[in-house]
Design a binder for this molecule. Structure first.
Ligand SMILES: *[C@@H]1O[C@H](CO)[C@@H](O)[C@H](O)[C@H]1NC(C)=O
Ligand SMILES: *[C@@H]1O[C@H](CO)[C@@H](O)[C@H](O)[C@H]1NC(C)=O
Ligand SMILES: *[C@@H]1O[C@H](CO)[C@@H](O)[C@H](O)[C@H]1NC(C)=O
Ligand SMILES: *[C@@H]1O[C@H](CO)[C@@H](O)[C@H](O)[C@H]1NC(C)=O
Length: 189
């Protein structure tokens, strides 16, 4: 195996005037490949979803042929769900979880192909968002990628670990609570 090449030369030449401007000294070859400082933020919160009934936060928008089952291959759901501080229904609202989920498995348990944008509306991260993509199986600990972000979370990458902590069925209404830990590497401002 060849060893990794030294610092990318055109990039270094491009950066040279900037480095000189800010440091007033010659740059060293040990500088980072990143053009910005990164920081790691850990967030812990709860995702609340209501399916069915007058207060539904997620609806099925596409049914596969001959079935209305939301677990059948090809069923597509769209939602604006809630991000809250705690697992209880009335817990403090932290943001909204815009969701697109496709039931995408031939067997059981159902695996969803999920795409989320978590938009925070409270506290330090009000107005910032993270985008999450990956496989979701509600009976397992879900490990999904953070593929980007906005506001304070610009240039975000990382992962979320989440698990279902409450599933309550009342008539045609299903209430789901998923506990989230998000580990986000992002631009430090
Ligand atoms: C829907 O939400 C309203 C307002 O929060 C509440 O009064 C009502 O009980 C809810 N209905 C159901 C079926 O949960
Ligand atoms: C749907 O049901 C109809 C009538 O039973 C049947 O002819 C058709 O093949 C079914 N389609 C699929 C995709 O299963
Ligand atoms: C969040 O930001 C919006 C837009 O700047 C502002 O209107 C709102 O009051 C803020 N909410 C909180 C809880 O700080
Ligand atoms: C699950 O949610 C329901 C409806 O809010 C609540 O009554 C119940 O206590 C919750 N269960 C747990 C284990 O948190």
């Amino acid at each position: 195996m060849a060893s990794s090449p030294p610092l990318h030369l055109p990039l270094l030449l491009l950066l040279l005037p900037i480095l000189l401007l800010f440091s007033g000294a010659a740059p060293t070859a040990s500088s980072s490949h990143l053009l910005y400082n990164e920081k790691l933020t850990h967030l812990h919160f709860f995702f609340h979803e209501i399916y069915g009934g007058p207060n539904a936060s997620t609806i099925t928008v596409v049914n596969p042929p001959n079935t209305t089952s939301y677990t059948a291959l090809g069923s597509i759901g769209v939602g604006e769900n809630y991000l809250r501080e705690g697992a209880e229904l009335g817990s403090k609202l932290l943001g909204r979880a815009h969701e697109l989920a496709v039931a995408a498995s031939l067997g059981t348990p159902t695996a969803y192909l999920s795409l989320f944008n978590f938009f925070f509306t409270a506290g330090e991260y009000n107005g910032s968002s993270i985008s999450i993509f990956g496989r979701a199986v509600l009976t397992e600990v879900m490990d999904r990628a953070i593929i980007g972000g906005s506001g304070k979370f610009r240039m975000a990458r990382g992962y979320t670990l989440s698990k279902l902590v409450n599933r309550t069925v009342a008539g045609d209404v299903i209430f789901l609570v998923v506990e989230y830990d998000a580990y986000i590497y992002h631009m430090d401002d």
